[in-house]
Design a protein around this ligand. Sequence first.
Ligand code: CA
Ligand code: CA
Length: 528
Amino acid sequence: MELQELNNLKLTNTFLILFVFVCEILTSNVPRPRGVSLSRASLYPPEKDFTCFDGSKTVPFSQVNDDYCDCPDGSDEPGTSACPNGIFHCTNAGHKPLNIASSRVNDGICDCCDGTDEYASGATCRNNCIEQGRSAREEALRRAELVKAGKQLKADYSQKGIQMKQEKQTKLGELQKNKEEAEKVRAEKEALKNEIEEEEKSALEYYRKLEEEEKKRRAEEEEAKNRAEATEIFNKFDSNQDGMLVIAELQTRHNFDKDGNGEVSEEEAKFFLFNQDSVDLENFISICWRDVKTYLMRDAGAFQAPPSENEEEAQTEADDMQESDEHDEEAHEDDEEEEDDQEPEAQEEEHHEEPTTVVYDDETQKIVERAKFARDEHSAADRQVRSIQSEIEAIQNYLNKDFGPEEEFATLQGECFTFEDHEYVYKLCPFDKTSQLPKSTSTETRLGTWGRWAGPEDDLYSVMVYDKGQSCWNGPQRSTQVRIDCGSENKLTSVSEPNRCEYLFTFVTPAACREAPADIRDELHDEL
Ligand code: CA
Ligand code: CA
């Protein structure tokens, strides 16, 4: 069947060639000015004056092709280069007729295959229209065969593409329903959560107050304890009980003999009085007690950091005072061991946690647990809605893609095709991206992200554009133009970089197989 059709096609082609020759014999002798196509011959009647096509002027017929431009539209000089906007027509018998800009007439370069554009330049142009016509027709035939073979595959692609879009459409409908349901669930869960959280808030409010009160009570207790301790020491050191602690009184206390020379110097005593000569009880408590206590406790080998931000500072000062004291050093070592056992963070944590160890009553505990459960349930419902939403978006994104007038390019989505040259592996993933991977490394460079179809108006699906790729060093973002042509299989056939950072791919696919828009018969028809 196919062989038969192919033979018919060849027969048609042979007939066509004969037909063209017959037509040419019949028409080539129609008199007309040089550079005028047969279809326009009637616009140049030699027996009349010539009126420019734009109607702006009428000149004697002798001024047609007199190498002087009379008409602004160039219509009086179809066969010379006198008018800048003129058009020269080559008949190109045996091949396709051609219109060229009149500036190319007699410019020394053979533009028409019949050589008619170089009639006075001295350039020797060989008429090779027959050969060119033959190879063009052979090419057309080859393409026709390719298109014929590819069209069946294209029909299959098309069918699959339509089916896929329908399936996605159905799936989208389902998902939209699911989403509505999930949103309802989420709203219910949110209402439950809000309700129980209100309950939780008021239940915890009671405990929050309790906690605060407890904290306050502890602080007060601590303060009172500290004060009592300080007062006791103050009274003990205030030998004459006059309510003032003076240097001399401290000097009688061997605890303050830091350098161990058997006496407490004035300087040593003054350190604990904050460099004052005397302090009363209130000042002793607020200013001196912290250091005194630190030191006394160290001295007693029972050091505990007093509740103070300047803990380290106090300790350092105390350390300075005891450097030569053997006993103290031992005590100091003990301290260090003790400190090493506990990480500073752990200490701190313990310190902060301590006042918040309120135990809820059973009822509150249940409310707290229910609130946590309600929050978890709501989060799960929310995740569900989001997950459906992202599926919906993915499908909508798919459905919005233009896979060709008959969805024939749809099956290419999700596939990738490669082309290798000596240095790189290039990749085309239709409707997704283009990339380049150097053979020496594994770092892929994105040459573009799917943008749009960009062929000419009557052949839109012949070019794809992938833009917004990785930026070139000190340059623009990379982009790729993919020329799409008919082929018997999907294949990336060539890659080049015509301009810096601008790539050109050629991809053949059965999806692009269809009759060329301009058929040789149409041109012949036009010529007749
Ligand atoms: Ca003229
Ligand atoms: Ca020329």
